[in-house]
Design a protein around this ligand. Structure first.
Ligand SMILES: N[C@@H](CCC(=O)N[C@@H](CS)C(=O)NCC(=O)O)C(=O)O
Length: 199
């Protein structure tokens, strides 16, 4: 398998973390998103949506969308529960991540990584909504060790990726005791790898 990825991407990191924890070997090809390398005709043949992470399977089929890739890798492993409700609960949190968390927590970080300063009103709106997602996570984690099915799963991996670097989007995680306890616990999982060598 080949993973097309950019080391700065939290969506890509989800896949790298799951692969490390599952012991999956994979060739890595770096794609520089800031240089538009996801928009070349060659890359668009792999993923017409022009985004990493994209996984190329050994049989030539490609798979994109980080959470779909997580499911592909984790199905049949301890990272994916056996029972139907547990599976649906994992999907609930992964959908929450894509709709209510990533568009704000990750996008605020992306805006602050750009060479030009962001529009303050746009950044403030992303941060307000990002804090709303963090509030929901903290509320859940006050009475649950992990997000779904009473165990560490790909829902935790999906939510960990951008939450643990939320400070880079201007978020202060200081008041989120339950989130901080959970971040620490994910960091201590067997096979954990950091997002980038400097992490
Ligand atoms: N929903 C997608 C989002 C993927 C995404 O936004 N990828 C970004 C990097 S984090 C990207 O490739 N951006 C480059 C571009 O849009 O050209 C997923 O979860 O994989």
């Amino acid at each position: 398998m080949i993973l097309y990825d950019d080391p700065i991407s939290g969506n890509g990191y989800k896949v790298r973390l799951a692969m490390a924890q599952l012991g999956v070997d994979c060739e890595l090809i770096e794609v520089d998103i800031l240089k538009g390398e996801t928009r070349t005709p060659k890359f668009l043949r792999l993923n017409p949506n022009g985004k990493i992470p994209t996984l190329l399977l050994d049989d030539g089929r490609a798979l994109s969308e980080s959470n779909a890739i997580l499911y592909y890798l984790a199905s049949g492993s301890p990272l994916w529960p056996d029972d139907l409700y547990g599976q649906a609960d994992v999907l609930r949190w992964m959908n929450f991540e894509q709709y209510s968390h990533e568009p704000y927590v990750a996008v605020a970080r992306f805006m602050l990584h750009q060479p030009d300063p962001p529009d303050p009103a746009v950044l403030a709106e992303k941060q307000e909504r990002g804090y709303a997602a963090l509030d929901v996570m903290d509320g859940h984690l006050k009475s649950h060790e992990f997000f779904a099915a009473g165990r560490y799963s790909i829902a935790d991996i999906a939510l960990y990726a951008y939450t643990h670097v939320a400070d880079e989007g201007g978020f202060d995680l200081g008041k989120y005791d339950a989130v901080n306890r959970w971040l620490e616990s994910v960091r201590g999982r067997p096979g954990y790898v950091p997002m980038a060598p400097a992490d």
